[in-house]
Design a protein around this ligand. Structure first.
Ligand SMILES: Cc1cc2nc3c(=O)[nH]c(=O)nc-3n(C[C@H](O)[C@H](O)[C@H](O)COP(=O)(O)OP(=O)(O)OC[C@H]3O[C@@H](n4cnc5c(N)ncnc54)[C@H](O)[C@@H]3O)c2cc1C
Length: 527
């Protein structure tokens, strides 16, 4: 059986794993990243709605089971870069209040063991690492920033500029959505010849064949592999179990299935788990031994519990005039993210989405599209304006990942909690549409919501191995090392005790830099 020793092993090449691996590789120590998927092909289908959404061409061929043991296909992507290959690259910081306890009518989103100021320097580094374009200071609800973004915001096209002005007239505070794209611009905001991003309408859900989206492959893995010969990546290599030592206090390495289907073992001084919040929890549970009968790192019985994934809505509204915008995803709004005059509790965040095309509309539209019953979808699409509404969900101990006796994963999502915030956000926003040059009817774009199988919407998964100071009430310590083990770290979104109401990835990257710094200090540098 193949076996090789490294200083640090990293499981998973998504934003969490890739960022930690790249940071730790700066020490000169031998680092190996293990990824079950391959490089995603760069091909015409990358931008084809039918292939991406209709056939799920890049979605993992995976089956999970829901609360009632019904099979479903989760929204996961097994490839170099992980789910960031298809993400929307909206890279927002959590708000300062998100680090404290937040009261919702359905319960409490617990406080983190560190605060915004602790995380701020890592957010600033994460924004530079993932090419974020934006403007600090525009959003009055955001926390202070120690550094400007490296790149100016992606400018609004005229219809979105109009929308921004309309929102301001209503007394709101729209800001440029921070976006991870490779967009070189001249002083007039025009893309220059060396820009990879062509500001097309294919961003949410689509891989970018131009390498113009700041996914983990293009922003981190490719540059890090080129810069550090001590960093290696093995693709098509699935980690099956973590291997604890005889005393059960540390991990010696991992058992894998190699690309040719044969078993292998890699050993390491330090193991970093970043397979995504669902699969990291499942790996810990699958690695049970006599010393760890309920799974590795699970003396708290919290591994797999408190699964969160946000309450989300993709809302398609319709502009009275045609909306010729191509790159629509440039605006966001945090006015409803805290308690206020609209409601005594937080509702959530509103952002633009990439523009729906006729194929997507056809899949999402209710029968007899109210406002334009006979118009062909290509005509209807010319009027659509797409929004993404997110409100916080609350960690529940029995919303959880478990491994069934047949080895399959069960994702027991309890009926959605805290939906009142999202319902109110939708109503509040929909009531404004008329004043913003839109018709007041809107409908939900089902592509992200998996109407048939709610549990399949795993894009913002988090919380299954929360960090904290009390080993009885958390799985990881404040540095994201397992309380129970001396050399196992978890750096995907599993560590989050609560998720706020913004997309999670910038926080995953910032935290991965924080943990990466700690590991680098722990192992020292090669002379
Ligand atoms: C359609 C879509 C749109 C999104 N848009 C946004 C957005 O605009 N902004 C935002 O912040 N977030 C967005 N997200 C969420 C974002 O993609 C995730 O937050 C992010 O990718 C999580 O990073 P990660 O490193 O924790 O895990 P992942 O990206 O899930 O990476 C985990 C990696 O581990 C690998 N792996 C799993 N198990 C094993 C194993 N046993 N052995 C070896 N390798 C393994 C997987 O193949 C994968 O590559 C979106 C997600 C989707 C699906």
């Amino acid at each position: 059986m193949a076996s090789e020793h490294y200083d640090v092993l990293v499981i998973g090449s998504g934003p969490g794993g890739a960022t930690t691996a790249a940071r730790v590789a700066e020490t000169g120590k031998r680092v190996l990243m293990l990824e079950r998927g391959d490089f995603l092909p760069r091909e015409r289908d990358n931008w084809d709605s039918q292939a991406v959404f209709g056939e799920g061409k890049y979605t993992a061929d995976e089956t999970f089971y829901d609360l009632h043991d019904r099979p479903f296909r989760p929204e996961l992507h097994y490839c170099v870069g992980g789910n960031s290959k298809v993400y929307g690259a909206a890279l927002l910081r959590l708000l300062p209040a998100d680090f404290g306890e937040i009261k919702h009518p359905a319960g409490v989103a617990p406080a983190w063991p560190l605060n915004y100021a602790d995380m701020e320097p890592y957010y600033a580094r994460a924004e530079h690492l993932f090419w974020v374009h934006g403007k600090h200071g525009e959003d009055p609800f955001a926390g202070a920033s120690s550094k400007d973004y490296k790149y100016p915001p992606v400018e609004h096209e005229p219809r979105i500029q109009e929308l921004s002005a309309g929102l301001e007239k209503l007394g709101l505070h729209p800001f440029h959505l921070p976006l991870g794209v490779q967009l070189a611009q001249d002083a007039n905001g025009q893309a220059t010849a060396d820009s990879r991003c062509i500001r097309c309408d294919r961003i949410d859900g689509f891989p970018c064949p131009l390498g113009a989206k700041a996914d983990a492959e293009w922003a981190v893995i490719r540059p890090a592999l080129a810069a550090h010969p001590n960093l290696s990546l093995m693709t098509r290599t699935t980690v099956e179990r973590l291997l604890p030592d005889a005393g059960g206090r540390s991990v010696t390495g991992v058992a894998v299935t190699l690309p040719d289907g044969s078993p292998g073992i890699f050993t390491a001084d330090i193991v970093v788990l970043s397979a995504g919040a669902i699969l990291s929890a499942a790996l810990l549970l699958k690695s049970a031994t006599d010393e760890h009968p309920h799974g590795l790192a699970n003396s708290s019985d919290l591994v797999g519990r408190n699964y969160m994934r946000h309450n989300n809505l993709a809302l398609i509204a319709f502009s009275r005039e045609p909306n010729p915008t191509v790159f629509q995803k440039t605006l966001a709004l945090n006015d409803f993210s805290g308690p206020g005059e609209h409601w005594q509790y937080p509702m959530g965040c509103i952002q633009m989405l990439g523009k729906s095309d006729d194929w997507q509309l056809k899949g999402a539209a209710p029968r007899g599209l109210g406002w334009a019953p006979s118009a062909p979808y290509s005509e209807v699409a010319k009027h659509s304006i797409d929004f993404w509404l997110t409100s916080e969900d609350i960690p529940l101990a029995d919303s959880m990942v478990t491994v069934r006796p047949d080895g399959r994963i069960k994702l027991a999502l309890q009926p959605r909690n805290n939906v009142e915030g999202l319902t109110r956000l939708r109503r509040t926003f929909q009531a404004m549409l008329g004043k913003l040059g839109m018709v007041e009817s809107a409908f939900v774009r089902s592509l992200y919501l998996h109407k048939a199988f709610d549990a399949a919407a795993t894009a913002h998964q988090a919380g299954t191995a929360r960090f904290g100071t009390d080993a009885r009430a958390s799985v990881l310590d404040v540095r994201c090392k397992a309380h129970d083990l001396d050399n196992l770290y978890v750096v995907d979104s599993s560590f989050m005790p609560s998720v706020g109401a913004v997309n999670p990835t910038l926080t995953i990257i910032a935290n991965a830099l924080r943990v990466g710094d700690h590991i680098a200090e722990r192992i020292g540098t090669t002379q």
